[in-house]
Design a protein around this ligand. Structure first.
Ligand SMILES: Nc1ncnc2c1ncn2[C@@H]1O[C@H](COP(=O)(O)OP(=O)(O)OP(=O)(O)O)[C@@H](O)[C@H]1O
Ligand SMILES: [Mg+2]
Length: 259
């Protein structure tokens, strides 16, 4: 059974076609880097996979179940692209991380000692425990991202979807972040769908690429990617520095072309 199965999916915003005839399947434990230009349809695709948008054509299955019947959302963690914290919600970092537990609680939704310990443990894992008592909206973008990751991980998802999570991170934090999600993928077999523009960085962590520009330009393993003419031709104009990097130094090829 595939974790995500998408078949012949098309989606338009009004008359504007955003995704055309998309088909792919993700297996449990896959770590897929989703790449493509701005406006290529990446966020739209994952919103459909998360049931937040409904495709006009095609089908989506999650854990083998049609999306229209799927109700086990606690299995899926989602870190969304836009995050606009407001001073109208003066929650601490700890309170925001702990909020993740709400979705699986029955009414009345109260927190106990175990919940608090769980929240602290997960904050330790994502590296945001040192500022647990600070107001969330006063944290830097990168610090907020670690808190939001803790909130997402607290339910132990089987599938984690991350939409440009590293944009606000400095290079050391970005490497830590990728190492963290990579170890979650390896140790807990969490399926990862990582949308990113950090192409050169993620090559060493992911094992699959999905390249999206309204259509699927490429979907498959990174080994296959490195020899794929269409993907390379497409990527050349998109990120010239990546291609330079690939060709300039065989040893540093992030996608394993020469391995
Ligand atoms: N709510 C909306 N209403 C109308 N059009 C939209 C809406 N959201 C996205 N679009 C359009 O759909 C296309 C795909 O957008 P999407 O946000 O999925 O791209 P993306 O690949 O995530 O881009 P980015 O890398 O900039 O995040 C774009 O042309 C965009 O303008
Ligand atoms: Mg997007």
């Amino acid at each position: 059974m595939d974790t995500i199965e998408v078949k012949n999916l098309s989606f338009s915003y009004g008359a504007a076609l955003a995704l055309e005839n998309i088909s792919f399947a993700v297996k449990q434990g896959d770590f897929t880097g989703v790449l493509g230009p701005n406006g290529g349809g990446k966020t739209t695709l994952i919103k459909i996979v998360l049931g937040l948008l409904k495709a006009q054509k095609g089908e989506v299955k999650l854990f083998g179940k049609d999306i229209n019947k799927f109700d086990d959302w606690v299995k899926i963690g989602y870190l969304e692209q836009k995050n606009t914290p407001s001073s109208l919600m003066p929650l601490t970092a700890f309170e925001v991380a702990r909020l993740g537990l709400l979705s699986s609680k029955k009414l009345p939704k109260t927190f106990n000692k175990t919940d608090n310990e769980t929240a602290e443990n997960i904050m330790q894992t994502t590296g945001c425990l040192p500022y647990k008592n600070k107001l969330f909206y006063e944290l830097s973008g990168g610090q907020q991202q670690k808190v939001l990751l803790a909130r997402t991980l607290i339910n132990k998802p089987s599938l984690l979807i991350l939409d440009e999570p590293s944009t606000a991170l400095d290079s050391a934090s970005r490497e830590n972040f990728f190492n963290l999600i990579s170890s979650l993928n390896k140790q807990n077999n969490i399926t990862m769908l990582l949308i990113t523009h950090d192409i050169a960085d993620i090559g060493k962590y992911v094992n699959n690429f999905l390249i999206l520009d309204k259509n699927i330009i490429f979907y498959g393993s990174k080994q296959k990617f490195c020899g794929d003419k269409k993907a390379e031709e497409y990527f050349g104009p998109y990120t010239p520095h990546l291609m330079d990097h690939l060709h300039a130094d065989a040893k540093s090829c992030p996608f394993g072309r020469h391995q």
